[in-house]
Design a protein around this ligand. Structure first.
Ligand SMILES: *[C@@H]1O[C@H](CO)[C@@H](O)[C@H](O)[C@H]1NC(C)=O
Ligand SMILES: *[C@@H]1O[C@H](CO)[C@@H](O)[C@H](O)[C@H]1NC(C)=O
Ligand SMILES: *[C@@H]1O[C@H](CO)[C@@H](O)[C@H](O)[C@H]1NC(C)=O
Ligand SMILES: *[C@@H]1O[C@H](CO)[C@@H](O)[C@H](O)[C@H]1NC(C)=O
Length: 286
């Protein structure tokens, strides 16, 4: 009897261990599948129509310079004089940065010479990420995510004077007299595309940071309208895929329907038609 109960308990313990073992495998498989879903599945959605505005591009080419690891706050700090030691890019936190500044100038001189000083090149300078004091990047701290952005050349609006509604810059930058326009990195794609007049990337979620552009108001509303068409095309395609893949009993629905879309586009068109360009731009940006 004693022997039997001992065997019985052992069996139960074995079963529990097997169960725990299976649960462990299951949890690891779920983790693996969800992580590989994030890392190995492309977020690019196919079948979206591309669309661009018909206005003449303000630039013929764009030089996009991406530095490895530059922090916005250090980058813009002026040394000594208002111009700083690196007037070319408005920088000066280390010798390294001054080398970058000199090289950007050399690069621009070479490119301008190559294209016979046709004034049709625009330049965008930024960095892929910032950095903490210890050199780390990847935790999402603002020191790691805020990078400088400097744009100049064809199609770029020169500095605007500071105005109360905008973000003010730290006094150490010595730039409080001019407007500061921060953007999300995601908005760079529509900026680059509209500078050289190519269609907005179909999968881009960016909204054109129009303060950077030196174009007339009517041109700007055409470009913003094309940006709206591109976003709507993407929205429609994603909605189509969602409705096909997710069973209809799931209650979540896309909030924006065909009627709303038509109403919005009609409204933008009529503002453009009546010359109320900034009104059309402001509803797009909202
Ligand atoms: C952009 O797309 C919209 C709707 O899909 C269309 O009406 C418009 O003509 C297109 N514009 C261009 C320039 O292709
Ligand atoms: C972030 O930058 C600010 C300003 O330079 C500094 O005071 C702070 O210590 C930095 N934080 C980290 C985590 O690097
Ligand atoms: C806009 O571009 C024109 C040339 O097309 C130039 O003369 C003008 O100075 C620029 N304006 C600004 C504010 O950058
Ligand atoms: C819109 O344009 C009008 C006339 O061009 C101007 O008076 C007004 O200040 C502009 N509004 C905005 C918000 O830019």
């Amino acid at each position: 009897m004693n022997y039997f109960s001992h065997e019985f308990t052992t069996k139960i313990i074995n079963l529990k261990m097997a169960f725990a073992f299976l649960c462990g495998i299951l949890v690891h498989m779920i983790c693996f599948v969800s992580v590989s879903d994030i890392y190995f599945r492309s977020t690019v959605v196919h079948g979206i129509m591309t669309n661009s505005s018909s206005i003449e591009a303000p630039a013929r080419r764009v030089v996009f310079i991406v530095c490895d690891g530059l922090r916005a706050d250090n980058f813009f700090e002026a040394i000594g004089t208002r111009e700083g030691n690196t007037p070319y890019l408005r920088s000066g936190f280390s010798d390294n940065l001054q080398i970058v500044d000199r090289n950007v100038k050399i690069l621009e001189d070479k490119i301008e010479k190559l294209y016979n000083y046709d004034k049709k090149t625009c330049y965008i300078f930024t960095a892929d990420h910032g950095m903490t004091h210890s050199g780390s990047h990847g935790t999402g701290h603002p020191n790691e995510t805020k990078v400088p952005l400097v744009a100049w050349g064809a199609g770029i609006h020169g500095p605007r004077s500071a105005n109360q509604n905008e973000l003010s810059s730290p006094t150490s930058w010595g730039l409080s007299h001019i407007g500061r326009y921060d953007i999300n990195s995601i908005d760079l794609a529509p900026l680059l595309a509209s500078l050289i007049g190519i269609p907005f990337p179909a999968n881009s979620m960016g909204i054109l940071p129009h303060v950077y552009l030196n174009v007339t108001e009517d041109q700007l509303s055409e470009i913003m309208l094309a940006n709206t068409h591109q976003m709507l095309a993407q929205y429609r395609r994603k909605k189509e895929i969602f409705e096909r893949e997710i069973p209809s009993f799931v209650l979540w629905k896309f909030p924006f329907n065909h009627k709303e879309e038509t109403r919005l586009i009609k409204m933008i068109h009529s503002y453009i038609q009546f010359g109320k360009f900034n009104k059309s731009v402001s509803i797009i940006v909202c």
